[in-house]
Design a protein around this ligand. Structure first.
Ligand code: HEM
Length: 549
């Protein structure tokens, strides 16, 4: 300041301190104006960051997915808005019709150009593999196809409706039945408090690893890898930042490296060929055809294991939690499931049952409504794409080449205009057709008055339910996920009771939306319950259910 006073001319009336403040305010004002400027008059309304230039990036780094979600909720009158970031823009879409328009324009807005960079950071892929991944990511008809479109198309077709979906769903349900039976036979009645999410995690992780990679999968051979897997999952955001990941994302990095090494040993021993699922075998073949080396394929398989486990785990957790927190709802869902369970004669005279997984989907409307409501409430997912050329979205909004566009699932799922005034409450009835019943209990009860029916037709805009993303990046595992999750929930609610570990009501905490929403969000605090075998009906050392489709 002294130096400034010396050079200040005699006519300047202000002190050095005042002058510095005036300069700072002027710079802030100019930077703020620059930040709020539109590149083109038709660009979506700009929301300037409170800290010019870098404010939005800081907000995202500090508040995770909650930052953009809160901006979207505060500005819900804007169907799309622009967040200026250094050197680029992020366009945020909060309206289902515009989301559908983005999804339709897949030629100009695509996720694939970002995939090589993202997977390199998250999976630790080497440069040579990333070069392969960059090739022909979005081929037009008749053009040469790269690794990404080949593997995406295969996974979509194989997990789409058809024989393979049926057989993989049966494998998954059978593995889940076996894992749950193993738990039931090892658990004393009135056992100690259990963290519900950890319990579901354990069962889903073991069974998914088995139905995808066979009995000799890495986690079955080394159970400590289960913990490595969840370390990897919980540090994904830090791995994505990629700032000295071995230090800043230490546990996730270590977990990833241990799992990749174990998957490499699995592949090199050829265990995928002898006992892995057909879809895993096909994935490995496609990667080999495109010139991938085995260590990179092992890392890529970690991403498939991840896709298979994480969303199924957290959504199953929320479904069980909401059911056990509401005894009347639980009773209704149990009745629905029991109505599609048929007795089966078994050779050893033990009572056995047959269960068609499709009956859970088609004949248990309240169970399905609970499933969908838990996905809506738990999912703040963003569908992200890069704008490949200057484009006028819906003939109205100018989007700049190389900008990023995100469909904000968390904002759309929190929109009262779509879901009603109780948008933040758990209300599965919103996924059921209105009945002529008077009370909530009646509306959800198949034994009273008119039966609950799944909502028909276009009750909500098709792009408003965002848990599985949409358009070209719509989750290819969605049919399979529904089959396995409903089967898992059916097995649990038929066999077990759950009581709160403390107090007399099971607590349903809010979701933790302060992280990068890469999957259905976890609760802000653990939920402890006491799990016991049901005293009526279906208890025993493992329910003997044979599944069919
Ligand atoms: C309730 C369970 C699930 C939910 C909520 C879910 C949700 C999602 C979402 C939001 C995406 C990204 C969509 C986008 O970017 O727009 C996705 C991608 C994906 N999901 Fe799922 N998923 C579930 C279960 C599964 C399962 C069980 C599998 C496989 C066994 C699976 C396989 C995949 C794959 C392979 C992708 C990447 C697709 C690509 O890159 O083209 N998902 N999922």
């Amino acid at each position: 300041m002294a130096a400034f006073s010396e050079i200040a001319p005699g006519w300047w009336p202000f002190s050095a301190g005042t002058t510095a403040i005036v300069i700072a305010i002027t710079i802030y004002f100019i930077a703020y104006q620059l930040s709020s400027r539109k590149i083109d008059p038709r660009e979506p309304p700009v929301i300037a960051p409170a800290v010019p230039l870098v404010g939005h990036l800081l907000g995202m780094a500090l508040l995770g997915g909650r930052y953009i979600k809160n901006l979207g909720i505060r500005n819900q009158q804007l169907p799309i808005f622009t967040l200026p970031v250094p050197g680029s823009r992020i366009y945020v879409v909060t309206d289902p019709s515009l989301a559908a328009a983005v999804q339709r324009a897949s030629r100009v807005m695509s996720f694939n150009p970002i995939v090589p960079e993202v997977t390199q950071r998250v999976l630790g892929l080497d440069d040579a593999t990333v070069e392969i991944t960059r090739k022909n990511v979005d081929p037009g008809p008749g053009e040469e196809r790269g690794f990404l479109p080949d593997i995406q198309d295969m996974v979509s077709v194989w997990l789409g409706p058809g024989d393979y979906l049926g057989s993989l769903s049966l494998d998954a349900a059978t593995e889940m039945r076996n894992e749950i039976a193993a738990y039931a036979s090892s658990t004393p009645v009135n056992s100690s408090p259990t963290d519900l999410l950890s319990w579901v995690r354990h069962l889903v992780t073991l069974s998914t690893a088995k139905y995808l990679y066979g009995p000799q999968n890495p986690i079955a051979l080394d159970p400590a890898l289960e913990c490595s897997f969840w370390d990897f999952d919980h540090g994904l955001g830090s791995l994505l930042m990629n700032i000295f990941p071995s230090i800043t994302a230490g546990r996730a990095y270590a977990g990833r490296e241990k799992l990749s090494a174990a998957l490499l040993a699995y592949l090199e021993a050829g265990r995928h060929k002898t006992s892995g699922s057909k879809i895993v075998q096909k994935r490995v073949d496609i990667a080999l055809e495109h010139g991938w080396a085995m260590p990179a394929i092992a890392r890529e398989e970690l991403s498939f294991l991840f896709a298979g486990i994480v969303n199924a785990t957290t959504s199953t957790f929320w479904i069980l939690l909401h059911l056990y927190a509401d005894p009347a709802l639980l009773a209704t869902v149990r009745r629905e499931i029991e109505s599609v369970l048929s007795p089966r004669s078994s050779s050893d005279n033990k009572p056995g049952y047959a269960l068609r997984i499709t009956d859970l989907r088609d004949k248990c409307p309240v169970l399905v409504a609970v499933y969908r409501e838990c996905l809506r409430l738990g999912s703040d997912t963003y569908s992200t794409r890069v704008v490949k050329e200057d484009y006028l979205l819906a003939n109205q909004y100018f989007l700049k080449k190389n900008a990023v566009i995100q469909i904000a699932g968390g904002v759309i799922h929190a929109d009262q205009r779509i879901w009603g005034a109780d948008v933040f409450d758990f209300n599965p009835k919103r996924f059921l057709d209105k009945t002529n019943s008077n009370s909530d209990a009646e509306a959800l009860n198949p034994d009273t008055g008119s039966k609950p029916r799944p909502k028909q037709g276009n009750a909500f805009h098709p792009a408003a339910f965002r848990a599985f993303g949409g358009g070209k990046t719509l989750c290819p595992g969605r049919h399979f996920a529904m089959n396995e999750i409903l089967a898992f929930v059916a097995l649990v609610v038929l066999q077990f009771d759950m009581k709160p570990a403390r107090g007399n009501k099971i607590d349903v905490p809010p979701k933790n939306d302060g992280v990068l929403p890469v999957h259905i969000l976890e609760p802000v605090r653990p939920v402890e319950v006491v799990i016991s075998k049901r005293e009526d009906g279906f208890a025993g050392d493992g329910l003997d259910v044979e599944f069919s489709m």
